[in-house]
Design a protein around this ligand. Structure first.
Ligand SMILES: [Zn+2]
Length: 118
């Protein structure tokens, strides 16, 4: 189903809010990234492994957020080009419910599961 003007406006606001949140999260993470200190005298080997694992998890989270931010930017560009809400693969409307859950979705459910299956 095509989006109504009200739905479109709402999703646009959602995207702007999401972008701000992601920028804030990435900014905050930036301050902490790389600050895992490996003070071998103060912490044992186990703690060091923990710290490295935490660092890796933080890095993975950061990459996910960066990817999401990119998708948000693409979705916002879609508003400029007046093609927001259309699946980038098949061109069919993605649908309000899916967009409300993930306003940055580039593709409809069917195409997305195809993509994720690779
Ligand atoms: Zn599709």
């Amino acid at each position: 189903m095509e989006l109504t003007d009200a739905e479109r406006d709402e999703l646009h606001a959602d995207l702007l809010r999401l972008r701000d949140e992601l920028l804030q999260t990435l900014g905050t993470m930036g301050e902490h990234a790389g600050t895992v200190e490996l003070d071998q005298a103060a912490v044992g080997r186990i703690s060091r492994v923990d710290a490295l694992q935490q660092q890796q998890m933080a890095d993975a989270q950061k990459r996910r957020n960066e990817l999401r931010l990119k998708q948000v930017a693409v979705a916002l560009q879609g508003f400029e080009d007046d093609e927001y809400g259309a699946c980038k693969v098949c061109g069919e409307p993605i649908g309000y419910r899916r967009l409300k859950a993930r306003p940055e979705s580039p593709a409809c459910v069917a195409c997305m599961s195809e993509l994720e299956r690779g």
